[in-house]
Design a binder for this molecule. Structure first.
Ligand code: HPA
Length: 267
């Protein structure tokens, strides 16, 4: 058992979450919905990274949501904080060690489509790793050659679309492009991203998807669109916008995720 799993099991011997969630910038509000929460600060979990981003809490919360046992990582550490793509390797290994089989990843992202504006939700169909980094660099064994076909589980995506429709939540779908950051993209980079087939861009999620696939978890990714990409409007981009618009999307995202979990609980 890894050190972090031992610490968690010492306080919660019966913890057996099958579902994990990672909450992105400004999206941490969902954590308040968890029933019977037990909170672990990342600083108390051996090997966990320390987040330096203002909109990110840094705790693992275990409890129930819509009738399912869940482990929620409220606060991710981004590759741009250290330059290391494997910043989330220990949290992901810990979820795996707790028995998590399915993982929902959320993030804040910039849209490359005018008709998918701020406040929209985008289901991630696939990703483009535009960072040149990979969290499996340095990992030994053949598992590092992780298959990335259908990385975002097609069957789960189909369910997500049905659930969104039933909840009357508009859910776009598209390709998420990972830029390392932390500076935002230039307008030229956004034009390039569109040409290369990206529908939204952001600074997270992809390394976690790769780690989750390495561990054999199925993945669902949802982007909360906080802005149009650089140069698509006359406005400058800022992290304030990411946080503020992110927060306004939380009720809609919460409704969708709750309904998704209720659907899972019923299966
Ligand atoms: N670019 C990259 N990351 C982001 C953006 C963006 O426009 N918006 C929110 N996160």
């Amino acid at each position: 058992m890894s050190d972090a799993v031992s610490v968690i099991k010492a306080r919660l011997p019966g913890a057996a979450p099958k579902l994990g969630l990672i909450l992105g910038s400004g999206l941490g509000g969902l954590v308040d919905e968890i029933e019977n929460p037990t909170r672990f600060a990342y600083t108390d979990l051996p090997g966990f990274p320390h987040s330096t981003v203002s909109s990110h809490a840094a705790e693992l919360v275990i409890g129930t949501l819509s009738g399912l046992d869940v482990a929620v990582l409220a606060g991710r550490v981004h590759a741009y904080e250290t330059g290391l793509a494997d910043a989330m390797a220990t949290p992901l290994a810990t979820l795996k060690g707790l028995g998590v089989e399915s993982l929902i990843l959320t993030n804040a992202a910039g849209s490359l489509h005018e008709d998918m504006g701020p406040g929209s939700l985008m289901l991630i169909s696939d990703h483009i790793n535009f960072s040149g980094r990979n969290p499996l660099i340095g990992v030994d064994g053949d598992g590092r050659f992780a298959n990335m076909v259908d990385a975002y589980d097609p069957a789960w995506r189909a369910i997500a679309k049905q659930v969104a429709e039933a909840e009357a939540v508009e859910l776009h779908e598209g390709v998420y492009g990972w830029f390392l950051g932390p500076s935002f993209e230039t307008p030229a980079e956004i034009r390039m991203a569109r040409t290369l087939g990206m529908d939204a861009v952001g600074m997270s999620t992809v390394p976690e998807t790769i780690l989750a696939r390495y561990h054999g978890m199925r993945v669902l990714g949802i982007s909360s669109i906080t802005n149009l990409g650089a140069g698509m409007t006359g406005d400058a981009l800022s992290h304030h916008e990411t946080k503020d618009v992110g927060a306004t999307i939380v009720p809609k995202l919460t409704r969708l995720i709750r309904a998704l979990l209720a659907d899972m609980a019923g299966r």
